[in-house]
Write a protein that binds this ligand. Structure first.
Ligand code: ADP
Ligand code: MN
Length: 180
C-alpha cells in the first residue's frame, strides 16, 4: 500500500499548466523567494536520471516512465518543501501535494512564447489546443481535491509577480497552520 506522508516543515506545491504558461519561471521564483522550498523541474529530472523509455522523434520528447519518476521523487516529496514543475499532473500520487497551481495564458500570448522556443507549427498547434480545451485544468480536477487547486492567469510580468507573492503568502499560512 502507498506510504503516508510524513510530517513536514514546508508544504509541497505542484505548478502545472500547458507548456509556455510560465511554470519554470514561476517555480524558480518561488524557490528563490522562500528558503526551505526547492524547485523540481520534472522534465529535467527525467533527462538527467534517464527516467524514460527513449526519445520519441515524432513528438520531439522523451517517453516519460511515470513509475520511475514516482519512485525517484518519493523520498524528496516526503521531505516536503518541493515546488514541482510539470505540464502533466495525473500520475503523481495525490497525497504528495498540499497545493496545485494551474497556470493559464490566452492563445495570443501563448503562441509567440512557443514560437520563441523554436517549436514547430505542429507542436505549437498541439499546445495551443491543449490550452483552449482546458486539458491540464481538467486533468488537475480529475486528480486532486478541488479545495487544493488554484487557477492563476500568467500573461504578464505583473501576473507572474502577483502569482509568486500569492504562493509565498499561501506557504506562510500553511506553515502557521501546520506548525509542529
Ligand atoms: P513553462 O515552464 O510553463 O513551459 P516558462 O516558465 O519556461 O514556461 O516560460 C515560457 C516563456 O514565457 C519564458 O520566456 C518566460 O519568461 C515567459 N513567461 C512566462 N510567464 C510569463 C508571464 N506571466 N509574463 C511574461 N512572460 C512570461
Ligand atoms: Mn518549463
Amino acid at each position: 500500500s502507498a506510504p503516508e506522508m510524513r510530517q513536514r516543515s514546508f508544504p509541497n506545491i505542484l505548478i502545472t499548466g500547458t507548456p509556455g504558461t510560465g511554470k519554470t519561471v514561476t517555480s524558480s521564483m518561488v524557490a528563490q523567494a522562500v528558503p526551505g522550498m526547492t524547485h523540481i523541474e520534472v522534465g529535467k529530472l527525467v533527462k538527467e536520471k534517464a527516467l524514460h523509455d527513449g526519445y520519441d522523434a515524432e513528438f520531439n520528447s522523451y517517453l516519460i516512465n511515470e513509475d520511475k519518476v514516482v519512485d525517484e521523487m518519493e523520498e524528496m516529496m516526503q521531505e516536503g518543501g518541493k515546488v514541482v514543475d510539470h505540464h502533466g499532473c495525473e500520475f503523481f500520487p495525490e497525497r504528495w501535494f498540499d497545493l496545485v497551481v494551474v497556470l493559464r495564458a490566452n492563445n495570443s500570448i501563448l503562441y509567440p512564447r512557443l514560437e520563441g522556443r523554436g517549436y514547430n507549427t505542429k507542436k505549437i498547434t498541439e499546445n495551443i489546443e491543449c490550452e483552449i480545451m482546458d486539458v491540464v485544468k481538467i486533468e488537475a480536477f480529475e486528480s486532486y481535491d478541488s479545495s487544493i487547486i488554484v487557477e492563476l492567469k500568467s500573461e504578464t510580468i505583473e501576473d507572474m509577480e502577483e502569482n509568486v507573492q500569492r504562493i509565498e503568502t499561501w506557504i506562510e499560512n500553511w506553515r502557521e497552520n501546520n506548525a509542529e
